[in-house]
Ligand binder design. Structure first.
Ligand SMILES: Nc1ncnc2c1ncn2[C@@H]1O[C@H](COP(=O)(O)OP(=O)(O)OP(=O)(O)O)[C@@H](O)[C@H]1O
Ligand SMILES: [Mg+2]
Length: 143
């Protein structure tokens, strides 16, 4: 997967990718992705199987580490912080904290089969974010 839309300034973008590269060994999957998605904008990433769509999405919440370029979510650098002009990878705890702000439905979405749909939907807010059950259940049916 390569190329992309024009880069906007990071303040306005919810997701901003600048020259993102990702390789698995000899396989270079992402070859310089530039992409900007604004707040409220719906973007579809379309391409053949194996072209790197899921890999890119996994990079957006640092489930994969990028090899070059920069990724921002809501203006915040994903997975790293810049100190003294250099990038330092964040501790896993901080990565997890930031990841909790990013919703992702996995391709193989791994629902808990012993739980109801409502319990599955509420499990993230309840367990990860500590939202009270009544509030999580009230919000669950919203689109
Ligand atoms: N952890 C990994 N280790 C090695 N190779 C990987 C890994 N994850 C993905 N790949 C390879 O990277 C390429 C891109 O995979 P990816 O899953 O991102 O494609 P995709 O566009 O989401 O495909 P699909 O449409 O089938 O979901 C594929 O060749 C895949 O085999
Ligand atoms: Mg995929």
């Amino acid at each position: 997967m390569s190329g992309g839309a024009a880069v906007a300034d990071s303040d306005a973008a919810m997701v901003l990718a600048e020259g993102v590269h990702k390789r698995f060994g000899a396989l270079e999957v992402l070859r310089g992705i530039d992409l900007s998605v604004r707040r409220g904008e719906v973007a579809c990433i379309i391409g053949p199987s194996g072209s790197g769509k899921s890999t890119f999405l996994r990079c957006v919440n640092h489930l994969e580490k990028i090899d070059a370029g920069r990724l921002f979510a809501d203006g915040v650098l994903v997975g790293y912080e810049e100190r003294g002009g250099r990038l330092h990878e964040l501790h896993e705890r901080e990565v997890a904290r930031r990841r909790a702000e990013i919703g992702m439905v996995f391709q193989h979405f791994y629902l808990f089969p012993h739980m109801t749909v409502l319990d599955n939907v509420c499990s993230g807010p309840l367990i990860v974010k500590g939202v009270p059950r009544a509030e999580a259940e009230a919000r669950a049916p919203a689109p």
